[in-house]
Write a protein that binds this ligand. Structure first.
Ligand code: BGC
Length: 271
């Protein structure tokens, strides 16, 4: 038997949306290493999702891949039913699925606006609601966790940093911050904890053009006082802490994991 210290999420059942790549995949890996069983949700790239399931199994963990578009209520409901049928319940939801559809504001189409809102905001609403309803139905299992359930909303530094050329994305993340805090306020008395992680620039496919050449990476580093671009595992480790009882008194917080991007580095010498 592993101690609760090395496996703080032993016995817990987690669902990570958009877990087939990038931050979602790293979060799924970290939760599994911490002892949780993990649902790998994906909407594209089934192969990558199945490969991640196998990788987790090889490490001695348990995972299943479930297809669902988080912006579609019927698909979200089906995904939760499948998970609950397989593993009995859910203890941790990581609302990670997110997209960018960048365009200059003057050219942004309603479709680009809606696609981003539907995944980044409505998707988080639909999944959080299903998870919270199940947490309330099941209540606290003291041998598993002192909370009835944990929801982690993956946001962005752009929940506070305005972002020209990406107004749909920044608006979705700003909205997500108050969504997260409002449900945290509403659900705390039910012993449900809701927190956000706001990553800065993390090396993933979503921002490849910002780091794939040396010149681009040097430009990006001007915005990051800590002097390195983030790795998806930086977010994975944070998610484990927020999902575990080690953070039991933390709710309604946005945790910025950004190497100091939100410290206004331009003011180090300016102002
Ligand atoms: C975006 C990335 C960007 C980072 C920092 C993230 O939320 O998805 O494209 O590099 O914020 O600006």
């Amino acid at each position: 038997m592993f101690s609760k210290h090395s496996h703080p999420l032993e016995g817990q059942r987690a669902l990570v949306t958009g877990a087939n790549s990038g931050i979602g995949a790293a979060v799924a890996r970290s939760l599994a290493l911490a002892g949780a069983k993990v649902v790998i949700n994906y909407v594209v790239n089934e192969e990558a999702s199945l490969a991640l399931v196998r990788e987790i199994e090889v490490e001695g963990g348990q995972a299943i891949a479930i297809h669902a578009d988080v912006s579609k209520e019927d698909q979200v409901k089906n995904m939760f039913s499948q998970m609950i049928e397989s593993w009995g319940s859910i203890d941790i939801l990581v609302n990670n699925a997110g997209i960018q559809r960048d365009a200059a504001f003057l050219d942004m189409t309603l479709e680009q606006w809606n696609q981003v809102m539907n995944v980044n905001l409505t998707g988080q609403f639909l999944c959080a609601k299903e998870a919270a309803r199940e947490f309330v139905r099941r209540g606290i299992l003291p041998e598993i966790s002192c909370a009835a359930g944990k929801i982690i909303c993956i946001s962005s530094v752009h929940e506070v940093i305005p972002w020209a050329g990406h107004v749909n994305y920044a608006a979705s993340k700003g909205g997500l911050m108050l969504f997260m805090k409002s449900i945290a306020q509403e659900l705390a008395h039910l012993k449900i904890r809701v927190n956000g992680i706001s990553p800065g620039a993390i090396k993933t496919p979503i921002n490849r053009s910002a780091w794939e050449t040396q010149e681009a990476e040097q430009e990006l580093l001007k915005l990051i006082p800590y002097g390195r671009v983030g790795d998806p595992s930086d977010i994975g480790r944070t998610a484990v802490w927020l999902a575990s009882d080690a953070s039991d008194y933390v709710t309604g917080e946005s945790l910025f994991v950004d190497g100091g991007m939100t410290l206004y580095p331009g003011f180090r010498e300016g102002g």
